[in-house]
Write a protein that binds this ligand. Structure first.
Ligand SMILES: [Zn+2]
Length: 91
């Protein structure tokens, strides 16, 4: 497994958590009419935003453990901006 595949797997996992949380948020909006019960929707909301923040800012390079912080355009990168390891190398 290459470093690029490791990072893509982390982004895919964050995306899956975000989509799952979004579905729970939508179901909460549809079915929770009581304002107290609506507070249950806070957890999926936190997971939704947390997964986005993780994917954008907290994914680390598997070699140097520095944050890549360029998730929006990291596919254009060929190497880690910190340590310079090529993303096509084995993790
Ligand atoms: Zn690195």
């Amino acid at each position: 497994m290459t470093i690029r595949e490791v990072i893509e797997a982390k982004i895919a996992k964050a995306r899956a958590w975000g989509i799952g949380a979004w579905v729970l948020m939508a179901l909460s909006a549809l079915f929770l009419r009581d304002s107290q019960a609506a507070s249950l929707a806070l957890l999926p909301t936190a997971v939704f935003f947390g997964s986005g923040i993780y994917a954008l800012f907290l994914i680390r390079c598997p070699r140097c453990y520095e944050r890549i912080n360029q998730a929006l355009r990291w596919r254009m990168l060929e190497a880690c901006p910190n340590c310079g390891v090529q993303f096509n190398e084995k993790a």
